[in-house]
Design a binder for this molecule. Structure first.
Ligand code: FE
Length: 203
């Protein structure tokens, strides 16, 4: 099997937010799908290492902010490359609250939000799959939604120079470098939580 085949699937990009007590948090996900129309139902899949996943398991509530083609790389770094366990990610971010009390991003990088209430949770190993009733949602801007391939082509900065001095493996998602000749099969990127199959050997 070609390990890269999954990359040909098409995805959107979203900021997933949750609130547990006074704690607001969010992370980047690429897996939001409408899975039924009557009743209106979505599925989301979240890496279990994300603090937001833990919060949704506990509270059963979340919002999905749909990132548009206007989204900037620092937003992906902000929500994707640090943990809400150590920082207050919402502190420096423009957001409003939906009827469920959970934050959604309302700056010009987001074109809509959807609120979900968890109906079913399925443990899939690395990720939790949540099936959720759509309880609310608004369109905020008319900019097209960003896709995963748009992100790689137009949002993620191109590496300026090859890190020639370093030997090892680079995470093709976030640029983290694992220094070592052999990358363990079960290695997980400490920054973006992607698996070993998303690493490329530095030549
Ligand atoms: Fe990474």
């Amino acid at each position: 099997m070609n390990d890269q085949v999954m990359r040909n699937l098409s995805y959107g990009l979203f900021v997933l937010t949750a609130k547990d007590g006074e704690k607001d948090n969010g992370c980047i996900i690429n897996t939001v799908c409408q899975v039924a129309s009557e009743p209106n139902t979505i599925s989301i899949s979240v890496n279990k290492q994300n603090f937001t996943c833990e919060m949704i398991r506990k509270t059963g509530c979340f919002n999905v902010s749909i990132l548009s083609e206007n989204a900037k790389f620092p937003t992906f770094q902000h929500f994707g490359f640090q943990s809400g366990r150590d920082t207050d990610k919402m502190k420096s971010i423009a957001f409003s609250r939906a009827a469920n009390g959970v934050a959604y991003l309302d700056g010009d990088e987001v074109n809509a939000f959807i609120s979900g209430r968890v109906l079913h949770s399925i443990d899939l190993g690395s990720h939790m799959l949540f099936i959720a009733a759509v309880t609310d949602g608004e369109i905020l801007h008319s900019d097209p939604s960003a896709t995963y391939s748009f992100y790689f082509a137009h949002i993620k900065p191109k590496p300026e120079a090859k890190p020639a001095a370093k030997k090892g493996w680079i995470c093709t998602i976030c640029g983290y470098i694992y220094e070592g000749e052999i990358l363990p099969d079960d290695f997980i990127c400490p920054v973006c939580k992607h698996p070993a199959s998303d690493f490329k050997k530095l030549e």
